[in-house]
Ligand binder design. Structure first.
Ligand code: GCU
Length: 638
C-alpha cells in the first residue's frame, strides 16, 4: 500500500517538475490550433472515489492514471472506455438531465493522437472550466486551476507522445464553497464542466506569448506596444505590419524577451460604436509564422463627470446579459448564440452591454467589437465573499489577471468591474481596493468600476445615497437600484426622488428593472404581469433621468435566465423573470419602453449638455429682449 502511495507522490513531484504552468497566451483563435472539442468520456464521481480512498487518503486507483485490467481477475472499478460521452464545450447540467442540479466532481477523458515536430512546442489551452480543475496528461499532473470563467494553459511539449495515443484526464469540481469566487450564494445557474474550447496550440520554441497595443490618449498618432516572448531571448527581431496605416517596421527584443516601442500610424480611423474600425495587425517573429489579429484603436477616459470616447462625451445605452444560451438552457458557447444575443441588444437600441457577473466567452467580446458594442467586464466577486481570506483575494486577482490578459487588445472593452453588491465592511474595503489597484497595474488604459447598492434612511425613501468607502479607487460610480420591485417602496412619485451622489464622477445605473412572466397580462399593479414590469420601467426612467452625472443606464436583464434562487412555481419555475425577453426569446412589453428611451438618447445623448445650451440660448434671448426694450423705451422718451 505505502509503496504505491510513495510511488504516486514521487510521480506527482516528478511530473510537477517536468510540466511547468506557463503564463497565458492571448489571441488564441489566430494561432495554429489542434481542436480537442467534441466527444469526451465522463464519470460522475459524487464521493471523489477517483481521487480519495475510503480512508480519505489519495486512492491508489486514481482515475487520472486510466487503469486498465492487467489480469482478468484484477479489480478495477472504473472504465472510461465504457463511460458515456458528452459533447465539449458544454455544461453537464443541460447535457444530461440527471445532472441538471448536480454540483460535485466529474472526471472527463479525451484520447487523441498528435505528432509534434522536434522544433515545436505544444501548449494545452482551456477557454474555461467551471470551477476547480485538476489536469493530467498521460497520467502526469499538469496543474490545477480555480475559477470558472477565464482561460488557462499548460506546456505539454515534454509529455505529449508522438507514437502512442495520448489521454487527457481532468477532475472537475463545481462544488460551491465559502472561500471560492463566487462564493456560496449567487443568482445564476452553477453550470459545471468544460464550458469553452479546448485546443492544443503549436508554436515554435520561441513564440509570442502575449501582447498589447495602446493608443496614446493625448496623441492619436502614437500607439505604444509591448510584446512578450515566452523566453528571455535577446535581440530577436519582430516585424510589425499594419499595411492600412503604412506601418511595416522591425523591432528587437530586450534581455527579458520583451519587444516594446511606439508606432506612428498615418490617418488612423478611431474605433467607435458608429464606426467599429478594425485593422489587420501582423506580427512576424524571426523565422516564425505570422500571428494575425484584428485590432481597433480608441481612447477611453473620464473627464470630471463625463466619459470621453475618442475625446467625445458618450452616453452608454446598456443592458445586462448572462452567458446563457438565448433560447434554451445551458452555457452560451458558440458564435451562433452570440449573434442572437447581440442582434437583440442592437434591436433594443444599445451601444453597451454589461457582461454579468463573470468573464464571458471571447466570442462575445470579439463579435461585439465587430458590431460596435461597448463592453463592461466583471469578475464574480459577488455578494458575500471571504474578504479576510488571502487565498480568496489571490484567486480574485488571478481571475482579473486572466481576464485582462485575454481581452487587453479589444477596443470595445472599456470598463473592468471588480465586484457586485458586496456587503460593507473594513475587510471588504481592503479586499476591493487591492483589486482596483491590481486592475490599474495591469491596464491603465481602461476605467475601473463596480456595482454598489443605493442606500436610504428608514422611513425616508426619497433621498437615495450613492456612496462607497472605496469610491476613490473607482473611475465610474455604478449602482444597482430596484425601485418598484424589491422593498416596500412602490414608485408613486418618481420625480420626488433625490439622488445624493457626493462625487464629481460619471455615474451609471448598472441594474434596475422588475420581473414578469411573458404572456401573463393584467393591470399595472399586479406583480408578475408584463404591465407591472412595463410600469416599473416607465416610473424608473422618470427618476433615472434626474440622476446627477448620469452617463449610462443598464436594465437588468436582456433574457430570463436560470437561477436556483427562483422557486415560485408557474411563474418563475427556476427562472429569474426580469428579462426583457423571455427564455424562449419572446419580447415583453418593457422592450418598447426601453427601445423608445434609447431612441431618444440617440437623438439627444446627453440631456445635461443640451439643457445648458438651451438655457444659455434662452438666457441670451432674454437679455437681448430686455436690452432691446430698454433701448426702444429710451428712444420713445427722447
Ligand atoms: C441583484 C444582482 C443580480 C440579480 C438581481 C435580481 O441586484 O446583482 O445578480 O439577479 O439583483 O435580483 O434579479
Amino acid at each position: 500500500m505505502n509503496k504505491i502511495l510513495i510511488l504516486l507522490i514521487q510521480y506527482e513531484i516528478i511530473s510537477i517538475i517536468l510540466t511547468k504552468p506557463i503564463p497565458q497566451l492571448n489571441n488564441i483563435f489566430n494561432r495554429k490550433l489542434f481542436n480537442l472539442n467534441g466527444k469526451w468520456k465522463y464519470i460522475v464521481d459524487l464521493q471523489e472515489v477517483g481521487y480519495y480512498d475510503y480512508r480519505m487518503n489519495i486512492s491508489n486507483q486514481t482515475f487520472f492514471l486510466n487503469h486498465k485490467n492487467k489480469t482478468k481477475d484484477e479489480l478495477v472499478e472504473y472504465n472510461f472506455d465504457a463511460a458515456p460521452e458528452m459533447e465539449i464545450p458544454s455544461d453537464w447540467n443541460s447535457k444530461n438531465h440527471k445532472l441538471f442540479f448536480y454540483e460535485g466532481t466529474i472526471w472527463f477523458k479525451k484520447s487523441f493522437n498528435y505528432t509534434l515536430n522536434n522544433n515545436k512546442r505544444a501548449i494545452l489551452y482551456f477557454g474555461a472550466i467551471n470551477y476547480e480543475s485538476i489536469v493530467y496528461l498521460n497520467g502526469k499532473y499538469l496543474g490545477k486551476h480555480v475559477g470558472g470563467f477565464t482561460p488557462f494553459n499548460f506546456d505539454i511539449t515534454d509529455i505529449i507522445k508522438n507514437d502512442k495515443e495520448n489521454f487527457l484526464i481532468i477532475k472537475i469540481d463545481n462544488t460551491r464553497k465559502f472561500e471560492n469566487v463566487p462564493s456560496l450564494f449567487f443568482d445564476w445557474w452553477n453550470y459545471g464542466g468544460i464550458t469553452r474550447d479546448v485546443f492544443i496550440i503549436e508554436t515554435n520554441k520561441i513564440y509570442i506569448q502575449n501582447y498589447n497595443f495602446t493608443l496614446n490618449k493625448k496623441n492619436y498618432s502614437e500607439i505604444s506596444f509591448n510584446i512578450i516572448l515566452n523566453d528571455n531571448i535577446y535581440n530577436k527581431s519582430l516585424l510589425i505590419t499594419i499595411s492600412e496605416l503604412n506601418i511595416n517596421a522591425k523591432f528587437y527584443s530586450n534581455k527579458k524577451g520583451i519587444i516594446s516601442g511606439i508606432l506612428y500610424p498615418e490617418n488612423l480611423i478611431l474605433w467607435s460604436p458608429e464606426n467599429p474600425k478594425l485593422y489587420t495587425l501582423k506580427l512576424k517573429l524571426e523565422d516564425d509564422e505570422e500571428l494575425i489579429d484584428q485590432i481597433g484603436f480608441r481612447s477611453i477616459e473620464v473627464s470630471g463627470n463625463k466619459i470621453l470616447l475618442n475625446g467625445n462625451e458618450i452616453f452608454l445605452r446598456g443592458v445586462n446579459i448572462h452567458e446563457e444560451k438565448p433560447n434554451s438552457e445551458g452555457r452560451l458557447n458558440s458564435y451562433e448564440d452570440v449573434k442572437i444575443m447581440l442582434d437583440r441588444v442592437i434591436e433594443l437600441g444599445c451601444n453597451f452591454v454589461r457582461l454579468a457577473h463573470y468573464p464571458h466567452n471571447e466570442y462575445m467580446i470579439r463579435e461585439a467589437e465587430k458590431k460596435g458594442i461597448l463592453i463592461w467586464e466583471e469578475i464574480p466577486v459577488y455578494w458575500t465573499i471571504a474578504f479576510d481570506n488571502i487565498d480568496t483575494l489571490n484567486n480574485a486577482k488571478n481571475q482579473l489577471t486572466e481576464l485582462i490578459y485575454r481581452d487587453i487588445n479589444r477596443a470595445n472593452v472599456i470598463i473592468w468591474s471588480i465586484s457586485n453588491e458586496t456587503p460593507l465592511s473594513k475587510s471588504r474595503d481592503n479586499f476591493l481596493s487591492k483589486l482596483a489597484i491590481h486592475a490599474k497595474s495591469l491596464d491603465n488604459s481602461r476605467l475601473i468600476s463596480m456595482a454598489i447598492m443605493g442606500k436610504y434612511k428608514k422611513g425616508n425613501y426619497n433621498n437615495i445615497f450613492i456612496n462607497d468607502n472605496i469610491a476613490e479607487y473607482l473611475d465610474i460610480i455604478s449602482f444597482n437600484n430596484y425601485f418598484g420591485w424589491y422593498g416596500k417602496k412602490l414608485l408613486k412619485k418618481p420625480a420626488k426622488i433625490n439622488w445624493i451622489i457626493p462625487y464629481n464622477k460619471p455615474v451609471i445605473i448598472s441594474e434596475f428593472g422588475a420581473g414578469a412572466k411573458q404572456g401573463y397580462h393584467g393591470d399595472k399593479f399586479t406583480r408578475w404581469t408584463e404591465e407591472f414590469q412595463e410600469n416599473v420601467y416607465i416610473q424608473n426612467l422618470k427618476t433615472i433621468e434626474k440622476i446627477p452625472n448620469l452617463v449610462g443606464t443598464v436594465p437588468w436583464i436582456l433574457n430570463d435566465f436560470l437561477s436556483p434562487r427562483r422557486m415560485l412555481n408557474i411563474i418563475q419555475d427556476l427562472y429569474n423573470r426580469k428579462g426583457i425577453f423571455s427564455n424562449e426569446g419572446e419580447k415583453k412589453l418593457a422592450f418598447n419602453i426601453i427601445k423608445k428611451f434609447y431612441e431618444k438618447k440617440k437623438e439627444k445623448p446627453l440631456l445635461r449638455k443640451n439643457i445648458r445650451k438651451e438655457f444659455f440660448f434662452c438666457f441670451s434671448l432674454f437679455i437681448i429682449k430686455i436690452s432691446l426694450s430698454i433701448f426702444l423705451s429710451s428712444k420713445k422718451i427722447e
